[in-house]
Design a protein around this ligand. Structure first.
Ligand SMILES: [Ca+2]
Ligand SMILES: [Ca+2]
Length: 395
């Protein structure tokens, strides 16, 4: 997420019909993909994530940057928030605030969930909480326990996304600290937890830590390397997701001056990838601007330049039922322009995807999200709304 856009962003048209324009459709996806963005709920205060608890309740949980988690049940926003941690935030301005939420894979049985936020004193924090024992629509705030707290040198690039992988481990994306150009030199430094994807076991605890390091993490045992690291060379992996069918990890990494990028990590990866920052910005040399050392760096699978946006919001490979034309398509968007793109083709191949424009929403797309059934949503940060990708009405 980058600087918020001015509040005059154009509203979606009344019909809200966004017919996908697949200019050169891939052979397997030759039919035009028609969908609409259906408003699910509004009145949120800077929403930046929407997810579900995986407990069969059908509830949606909407994260507000200013510190509350709200529940949408049967189309209604419950009056009382699930949680309010606004008093724990360093700030909710710019890129700081309550930034992430992940429910434990066994949430239904154990009531455990995790939040990512900018903690007082400017730390990037991960905390665990429990649901209230008597009220499933309330968290027990007194249960809050900080697992991880990383001192952050600047107010931007704070990561914040939390996500459980198919392996049951928690993936924690961290920004490079902030300012610009990786000024704080975190991206190339494997002794630092910033500018990384971390992988934690939250079902165990190592001595002196709020979590355990999985023994299969790629740098375990290497001198001078933080064993929490799963992958390196990220600038601000603001939103990422696992394909619920293949287990591939898709990372939207926010760029600096010129390029926004998407990385795909195959499900069979053992970790240790270097996603390039700050040697490269997307597939272009950054330090130095020409002739940079590219050996061993992973290239993005998709990118766009700043003529088309300013800050990528990573999305999801669509695996829902309501839009068969989008099955297996990776959707993502831009925070500033509200553009939504899709990657079509065989996404398990290394290259050869076709990137197509799907919609020009004019929204400030702060996140995409899924419900339990795999239906896809997005959050409009400035207007405070949550939308669902739904079939378009018959013409
Ligand atoms: Ca920062
Ligand atoms: Ca990269």
């Amino acid at each position: 997420m980058s600087a918020p856009r001015p509040p005059h962003a154009v509203a979606l048209t009344a019909l809200a019909l966004l017919t996908a324009c697949t200019e050169k459709p891939a052979a397997a996806k030759s039919a035009p993909v028609r969908f609409t963005l259906e408003k699910v709920a509004d009145g949120f205060d800077q929403p930046l994530y929407v997810t579900h608890a995986g407990d069969g309740s059908g509830r949606l949980f909407v994260v507000e940057q200013t510190g509350k988690i709200r529940i949408v049940q049967n189309g209604q926003v419950l009056p009382r928030p699930f949680l309010d941690v606004s008093d724990l935030l360093h700030s909710a301005r710019g890129e700081m605030g309550l930034l992430g939420l992940a429910f434990h894979p066994q949430y239904k049985e154990n009531g455990r969930f995790f939040i990512g936020y900018t903690q007082k004193g400017l730390y990037d924090a991960v905390a665990e909480l429990q649901v209230d024992g008597k009220d499933k629509n309330r968290a027990d705030k007194a249960s809050l326990r900080v697992l991880l707290s990383i001192k952050d040198p600047a107010g931007n690039h704070n990561g914040g996304m939390l996500l459980f992988g198919p392996d049951g481990y928690l993936y924690v994306g961290t920004g490079d600290g902030g300012a610009a150009n990786d000024k704080f030199k975190n991206s190339r430094d494997k002794s630092k937890l910033l500018a990384k994807m971390l992988r934690l076991d939250v079902d165990k605890q190592d001595a002196g830590k709020g979590y355990a390091v999985p023994k299969t993490n790629p740098f375990v045992g290497q001198k001078g390397v933080a064993p929490e690291i799963w992958a390196t060379g990220l600038r601000n992996p603001w939103r990422y997701s696992f394909d619920r069918k293949t287990g591939d990890l898709w990372i939207g990494d926010v760029g600096q001056n010129k390029y926004e990028e998407i990385h795909r990590q195959p499900a069979k990866s053992n970790g240790g990838e270097d996603y390039g920052w700050n040697v490269m910005e997307a597939s272009h040399c950054f330090v130095p601007p020409r002739g940079c050392a590219q050996k061993g760096l992973e290239m993005p699978v998709a990118e766009y330049d700043h003529d088309k946006g300013c800050s990528v919001t990573g999305g999801y490979v669509y695996r829902g039922k309501s839009l068969p034309g989008l099955d297996g398509v990776y959707l993502f968007g831009d925070y500033c322009t509200g553009t939504v793109w899709g990657l079509f083709g065989d996404l398990r191949e290394k290259t050869g995807y076709q990137m197509h424009l799907l919609a020009e929403t004019k929204m400030n797309i702060s996140s995409f999200g899924e419900d339990e059934a795999g239906e896809l949503y997005l959050t409009d940060h400035q207007k405070g709304r949550v939308y669902r990708f739904a079939p378009a009405p018959k013409p």
